[in-house]
Write a protein that binds this ligand. Structure first.
Ligand SMILES: [Zn+2]
Length: 456
């Protein structure tokens, strides 16, 4: 038998068998606890037979590992009850070594439950349970730096979830189960320094706005530019789709084929693409008018000041032709309700969450294709995978309580009089302290990583 095959100090191996796929090791505990779980009396027990246990351990050399161990059964003399002795390094209820349980938890951040279950020789449900427990432990230690510019977006994974980002650092800091106001408020209150948030970029979702107004009354709310601007393209698409009823099927198909060119900004088109687009616009005048309206709407975000942007918008709104009013209606509606917050963008153009769009597209793919990737697992993978976290050293000014000096005590009486006439001495010193902080899951790293999850 290979010497020390288990490498577990608590178990002594005595026999060993091997098949193509499995190792079987017979072992005995080198020590065990005689503590009676019924009465807490630990020294007065007598042997009461053995319970053969079948314990799984870490896969070794690509094979599943099974340990056969006889757990001592004990009889407690004072209370006359029997029990199974607790052995070191073994999780008796799971019939696994503790190191296997820890390993499964960690592996579940990187591999599918099915792959781990197969490798160890257990069912997926057990992997899921262990992972849930592991994730709960990570959750209890979870701490993220409070962003200065907060992003709040939504993603549909089974239902609408909230994605919280640090816009300045390009990281994901939280993924919320849902987008209810209570959930958002609880999240904002859980932040260590909510007062540091100066701006919050949100989509046009009222509970976001109300939660921020309640918890962060001083933060500027900015409707994310991306969400307002894309309504131009959505309106244009509504016009194009409605044309199905009036155009010949062949033309319709061609138009559908080129729809991505129509929704691109005109100045981003290549010469060839521009020819295609202008061909469509000339041959279908209503589409030409809708396209012109979309382009002029997008131009609002090229403007520098808030006042000019508002004037440009109002002017734009007054030029919507009657036959396009219905298709473009969501825009005036949104501007009526959210105008102040839409215009806040022009005060600070850094405040946009647009970068999360690529994240949303990819994570949706991983949710659909990944086997076993529920929302909870995706969230844990993103927030807890060590390799994804963006960590930096920050220097902080902290107030430390001033130690009373010997002279101060001696001069106590004098100090007292001084305080009566002069300003009181500050009781705190300011000190610079360096610490490592976690800013959240780094988005560029995450985008590469999610591709790997999708292939699995
Ligand atoms: Zn007892």
């Amino acid at each position: 038998m290979p010497v020390n095959i288990l490498n577990l100090p608590g178990l002594t191996a005595s026999d060993f068998k091997e098949t193509d796929t499995e190792y079987h090791v017979k072992a005995a505990p080198s020590a065990y606890s005689k503590l009676c779980p019924h009465c807490g009396c630990s020294h007065t027990t007598i042997g009461h037979g053995k319970l053969p246990l079948f314990v799984r351990d870490l896969p070794t050399h690509g094979k599943r590992m099974m340990i056969h161990v006889d757990a001592p059964r004990l009889l407690c003399k004072p209370c006359r009850k029997t029990f199974t002795a607790t052995m070191p390094e073994i999780d008796e209820t799971r019939q696994m070594t503790e190191r296997l349980v820890a390993w499964i938890g960690r592996q579940a951040l990187d591999y599918t439950f099915a792959a781990i279950a197969e490798q160890v020789g257990i069912d997926e449900k057990t992997v899921r349970n262990i992972f849930t427990e592991y994730a709960a432990k990570l959750q209890s230690e979870f701490k993220r730096e409070t962003p200065v510019i907060l992003g709040m977006d939504e993603i549909h994974l089974g239902k609408a979830r909230g994605v919280i980002t640090n816009i300045g650092e390009r990281t994901v800091v939280e993924m919320l189960e849902d987008r209810y106001k209570t959930t958002i408020i609880a999240f904002l209150r859980s932040l260590e320094h909510p007062e540091r948030i100066t701006h919050a970029a949100i989509d046009m979702w009222r509970p976001y706005r109300e939660a921020i107004q309640e918890v962060l009354p001083n933060a500027a709310i900015v409707v994310d530019k991306y969400h307002v601007a894309k309504m131009g393209n959505e309106s244009l698409e509504r016009v194009r789709r409605k044309m199905k009823e009036t155009l010949a099927p062949k033309i319709n198909l061609g138009l559908k084929h080129d729809r991505k060119l129509l929704t691109k900004r005109q100045h981003d088109l290549t010469d060839q693409q521009y020819l295609i687009v202008s061909g469509w616009l000339r041959s279908i005048p209503l589409l030409g008018a809708a396209y012109d309206l979309k382009e002029r709407y997008m131009q609002i975000w090229d403007i520098e000041s808030k006042e000019e942007a508002l004037a440009a918008y109002l002017n734009w709104e007054s030029t919507i032709p009657p036959d396009l009013a219905k298709a473009f209606k969501p825009i005036p509606v949104a501007w009526r309700t959210w105008r102040k917050y839409i215009l806040n963008y022009f005060d600070d153009k850094r405040v946009t969450n647009a970068f999360t769009e690529s994240f949303n597209v990819k994570i949706r793919r991983a949710y659909q294709n990944g086997h076993g990737y529920s929302f909870e697992v995706l969230r844990a993978k993103i927030l807890f995978s060590d390799s994804l976290q963006k960590r930096v050293q920050v220097q902080e000014r902290v107030k430390v309580k001033r130690k009373q000096r010997f002279e101060d005590i001696q001069e106590g009486r004098v100090m007292f009089f001084k305080m009566m006439v002069a300003e009181p001495e500050p009781k705190y010193d300011i000190r610079i302290v360096a610490r490592i902080t976690n800013l959240g899951a780094d988005l560029p790293t995450l985008l590469d990583e999610i591709d790997r999850w999708t292939i699995l």
